[in-house]
Ligand binder design. Structure first.
Ligand SMILES: O=C(CO)[C@@H](O)[C@H](O)COP(=O)(O)O
Length: 193
């Protein structure tokens, strides 16, 4: 989904918060297009840039929030304190970005439905311990069966594709995911105080 689609969405739903996860090489190139199209948060992959701090500044200069994503094989320590403190959100991918293996063994890019990688969850706990007040997002294979570990690890922003769009009652799934996060966040806050 590119900037033209985002423009249509922002015109159709004024004020919508569009969290734009940019699974692209050279994320520096698209900041202006996404800002012009109404993007509210521009999340880039740490692996895709050599210079995250100026990129975060460029995103902020266009009045968007900045997110920093890490792929399954990138450790949480790759996000330095300086980068995390400049960013508004950290995204721990719990699937490999841009690649889906379907049940019939064919593969296609940029779609949901991959298996949740539980081995990525400790990275959420590590980041939550380092950054108690930062938004920490998880993306990939998250749904009713996998939300507990994500929420308990400290994730407070949830991306769910298949779990919602494949549900007969999507609103119930959304409500469940939100409730789990709220309960876990309250528990984490109580443990801190
Ligand atoms: O784009 C990606 C991965 O390439 C993710 O955002 C997934 O699309 C999330 O979908 P589900 O795993 O929840 O179905």
């Amino acid at each position: 989904m590119g900037a033209p689609i985002l423009s249509c969405v922002s015109k159709g739903i004024p004020g919508i918060f569009m969290d734009c996860h940019m699974m692209v090489a050279q994320p520096e190139k698209w900041v202006d297009d996404i800002a012009d199209a109404g993007g509210a948060l521009y999340c880039f992959h740490l692996e895709a840039t050599t210079d995250p701090l100026p990129l975060i500044d460029a995103i902020h200069a266009r009045k968007m929030k900045a997110g920093v994503a890490i792929s399954p094989d990138t450790p949480s320590t790759a996000i330095t304190d300086e980068v995390a403190e400049s960013a508004d959100m950290l995204l721990v991918m719990t699937v490999y970005p841009e690649f889906t293996i379907r049940s019939n063994a064919s593969a296609s890019a940029g779609r949901g439905g991959q298996k949740f990688l539980e081995r990525c969850v400790p990275k959420v706990s590590e980041l939550r311990a380092r950054f108690p007040n930062k938004d920490i997002e998880v993306d990939g294979g998250v749904g009713p069966k996998t939300i507990d570990v994500c929420a308990d690890a400290g994730s407070n922003v949830i991306v769910a594709g298949t779990a919602i769009f494949g549900a007969s009652e999507p609103e119930n799934v959304i409500a469940l995911l939100k409730a789990k996060v709220e309960i876990a966040q309250a528990k984490i806050a109580a443990q801190r105080s």
